[in-house]
Write a protein of this length. Structure first.
Length: 53
């Protein structure tokens, strides 16, 4: 999942980040059950947004 979060921090979508070999449903299942992962995912998305602006 670390590779997923690294890719997510780059501009793009979760579908693009899922290209690292993790399915989109698996990502969101983990997000629902793992608050730490959800927080890391939010931080990576924000980093991606910051990179675009």
């Amino acid at each position: 999942m670390a590779l997923f979060l690294e890719e997510l921090s780059k501009p793009g979508t979760t579908v693009l980040a899922a290209a690292v070999g993790v399915t989109t449903p698996a990502i969101y299942q983990r997000r629902r059950r793992d608050k730490g992962f959800a927080t890391a995912m939010d931080q990576a998305r924000e980093a991606g947004r910051q990179a675009v602006t």
